[in-house]
Design a binder for this molecule. Structure first.
Ligand SMILES: [Zn+2]
Ligand SMILES: [Zn+2]
Length: 245
């Protein structure tokens, strides 16, 4: 039997630079562990993704309740939207609005991924992997490519990046050249074969990301990386594709 964690020990919170804070669930194994990003703005804050939802983010990470906040979904797989229902203001791309409103174990990929195996230590009672499901959290704002999320003194452009999933988005701040990339691009094994992945969309999204001036990338999983590493990852990925076509 794996040990159970106490709710107060479930999340880890680390303040980075650029008023960006990294929140994660360290007892989930690395490959399944989503990065939750909190961005402070002058007028409001932004949360990008919200983890599995097995422990309340609002209750145990006070940072997310300090200010008015928009909770954005980079996309709607279970590991990214579990606590969205805790926030009043919720945004998702139009292509996955239905999923956020009517999540099931299948359409969020909880089935087949969520088993006790993905944890080093289990979430607190009454969590159970077989009954795990994401709570519905209908969007209050529907995003389209080119929309801007305005935090007052900071503006994040929505870049639609389908491929991993149809409504995947990246968020790009031109002034700082920060890119929040979701699951389309991170420094680890990418997932291109879910039930709603699309190979040609994936290539087009990668080609588009390659055109952006980027200084730092905060992805949906694994560690953050530099603009140089970003270009290296994308060109390597595209080269491998062109070789197999
Ligand atoms: Zn995903
Ligand atoms: Zn993910």
């Amino acid at each position: 039997m794996k040990p159970r964690m106490r709710p107060q020990d479930w999340y880890s919170v680390r303040r980075l630079y650029d008023e960006v804070t990294y929140i994660c669930e360290p007892h989930i194994q690395e490959f399944y562990r989503c990065n939750i990003w909190h961005v402070r703005g002058r007028d409001r804050d932004m949360l990008i993704d919200s983890g599995m939802g097995v422990v309340s983010l609002r209750e145990w990470v006070p940072l997310v309740t300090e200010r008015e906040l928009i909770a954005v979904a980079s996309h709607t797989h279970f590991d990214h939207i579990g606590c969205h229902h805790e926030f009043e203001c919720r945004a998702v791309h139009a292509a996955e609005a239905d999923l956020l409103a009517k999540p099931t174990r299948e359409n969020t990929l909880a089935d087949p991924y969520v088993t006790d195996e993905i944890f080093d230590a289990l979430p607190p009672e009454p969590y159970c992997s077989k009954c795990y499901a994401v709570k519905r959290a209908p969007a209050t704002r529907i995003l389209e490519d080119g929309d801007v999320i305005d935090l007052g003194d900071r503006q994040f452009e929505v870049i639609h990046t389908p491929g991993h999933s149809p409504g995947g988005i990246a968020l790009y701040e031109k002034a700082t050249e920060i890119l929040f990339s979701g699951d389309i691009l991170y420094d680890g094994p990418l997932i291109e074969d879910t039930y709603h992945s699309n190979a040609s969309d994936y290539v087009a999204s990668m080609e588009r990301l390659l055109t952006l001036p980027v200084r730092v990338v905060h992805g949906g999983h694994f560690s953050s990386f530099s603009g140089e590493r970003c270009r290296e990852l994308i060109t390597g990925w595209l080269d491998a594709k062109h070789k197999t076509i």
